[in-house]
Design a protein around this ligand. Structure first.
Ligand code: NAP
Length: 309
């Protein structure tokens, strides 16, 4: 059986892409894959020196690649606004936005610069605001596409509408699961809005299965015995980061997608494998929750989406 690989990506010459969290793991391989087929790729990272190192890695692999670095801290709405203004004024159009960056399961509650719980604030609200603020540049492109990276972790997740920022009782994994469910609800609601307004914008969700990246290596239990066990077993039971990036690359470039799809690995329990269409849990398809989340996200971030057509 033949699998989809980066060999099948058509040339992206003339297209501009932004990848958030492009300095490491899935984001680095997504950015590298897009740059390797001719896209101009902007590495949107919170740490400029890590972004510069990532650009060097990409250029070493693809010497004729066109990459730029730009500062984006999704845990600060001021940074999101500054970044979006820069992109909109420097690049008339943006063809691909990959909402990839993420943080996972902080043992104790942390807050963003704007006071949001860190995972909800970074993984969902930051990307919600970013996508809305970049919409003028996206809609200026002939066939714009937004890819939002969710996770298997959306499955047990629920949106805690009564305490969405975990101010009363924080729980690390449920907070991560909420943020990843929010990513999927957002991607699908954006697709419905685009479709209803006859927009050319395509919104697709993706997930990398279980991939051995920094989010896992530096995650909960990253010290002591657990770290030793993880260091030994991680590379065996989890797939490598390049493979975890394939669903994002497929979602960003496959011409057969129309929007509303969810792409993940085709292997056992979607843990590993090659890109295929996968099914969101029914609660991720709930349009009432999606609308409620959208309204809350607009009100918390102060970002209102322009008409999509
Ligand atoms: N690995 C998995 O098994 C797995 C499974 C399901 C879903 N995912 C999702 O895949 C995505 C990528 O994660 P990964 O596995 O590649 O982990 P990773 O290697 O830790 O990459 C995460 C990236 O997000 C960036 N980031 C974190 N907070 C940020 C902020 N406030 N502003 C801007 N960038 C920020 C990180 O920057 P720094 O380097 O500066 O920290 C890093 O570049 C995440 O959305 C994650 O939830 C991963």
């Amino acid at each position: 059986m033949s699998h989809w690989t980066t060999q099948q990506i058509e040339s992206q010459k003339g297209r501009t892409a932004v990848v958030t969290g492009a300095n490491s793991g899935i984001g680095l391989h997504t950015a590298s894959g897009l740059a390797g087929v001719g896209a101009h790729v902007i590495l949107a990272c919170r740490d400029t020196s890590k972004a510069a190192a990532a650009a060097e890695i990409i250029l070493a692999k693809h010497p004729s690649a066109s990459v730029a670095i730009a500062t984006l801290d999704l845990a600060s709405l001021a940074s999101v606004r500054e970044f979006a203004e820069q992109i909109c004024s420097n690049h008339g159009q943006l063809d691909i936005l990959v909402n990839n960056a993420g943080v996972m399961a902080y043992p104790t509650r942390r807050a963003t610069a704007d006071g949001f719980e860190m995972q909800f604030g970074t993984n969902h609200l930051g990307h919600f605001a970013l996508t809305g603020l970049l919409m003028p540049a996206l809609l200026a492109a002939p066939s714009p596409r937004v890819v939002t990276v969710s996770s298997i972790a959306h499955k047990p997740g629920r949106i805690h509408f009564d305490d969405i920022n975990w101010e009363h009782q924080y729980a690390a994994w449920p907070a991560y699961q909420q943020s990843k469910l929010a990513n999927l609800l957002f991607a699908l609601e954006l697709y419905r809005r685009a479709e209803q307004s006859g927009s050319k914008l395509i919104s697709v969700a993706a997930h990398p299965g279980v991939s051995y990246t920094n989010i896992v290596k530096n995650g909960p239990g990253a010290n002591g015995l657990k770290a030793t066990v993880l260091g030994l077993l991680g590379p065996v039971i989890m797939q490598p980061d390049w493979q975890g990036a394939l669903p994002s690359l497929f979602a960003a470039t496959d011409n057969g997608l129309n929007g509303g799809e969810y792409i993940g690995p085709d292997g056992w329990l979607e843990w590993r494998g090659y890109p295929t269409l996968v099914k969101p849990e029914p609660h991720a398809l709930d349009e009432v929750s999606a609308l409620q989340l959208w309204d809350i996200s607009e009100s918390l971030t102060g970002v209102t989406y322009p008409p999509l057509a």
